[in-house]
Design a protein around this ligand. Sequence first.
Ligand code: BTN
Length: 257
Amino acid sequence: MFNIEDFDIKLDTANLGRNFIYAEEISSTNSYLMSSDQKLQNGTLFLAEYQTNGKGRLDRIWTSQKNSNLTFSILLKDVNKLSEINLINLATSLAIAQSIENLFQLNIEVKWPNDILIKRKKVAGILSESSIIGKRIDKIVVGIGINVNQTLFTGKYLIQPTSLRIEKKRIINREKLLSELLNILEEALQLAKDDPAKLLNDWRARCKMIGEIVKIESENVSKVGIFEDIDKNGSLILKVKDGHEKFYFGDVSLRKI
Ligand code: BTN
């Protein structure tokens, strides 16, 4: 069971995780916060030991073994611009990567738009959802799933999964990882507001696919080209024969020629 006291003692944030909701089981921590009432404070974190309907990107499912991993969502109520949403995803990927590197000295790569990889295997994913009222961003919910102590992955995966326990060959302390991650994430979210150019450069430095020939699948379109860069909003810029194309979402994979 997740020990909230062990987590709290290492938490050094102003907002993130200060209001902590814990459940043994829920349909989805994202769905819960998306439908929650207005009174929950900015930075509220919902962590569940098991999700019966965990959601992944692009309407996929996210499965995670009970009591083993980190499956949680964070409520953000201080986002003013729609263009910040992609930057929030990049900031979250970087914070996950940095916290894992700090604690476990593993080499972490980010994959567009928001997968976190160890040796090309997926260790974590992010699903952000937003609620917009008129022109105002009512809230953003950032959902994070990290494979921490799960050792067996059955089923079909787009990217081969791994976990920190598999990589480090020992049981990992989830409480310490979560507090480290939130401490870093709070700063990264501030950077997304104050200095997005720096955040984008940090992300580029961790993405090994930039400059490679890739295939991107977005809705029903599949395109091959060079992953040239990400733009100021975090969209992928693909160099194709007759120019450049921009992608806001999709799945990208390396293409061998
Ligand atoms: C992906 O890689 O497709 C994103 C996975 C996001 C999973 C997390 S687990 C906690 C939160 N609640 C959900 O239902 N999904 C996110």
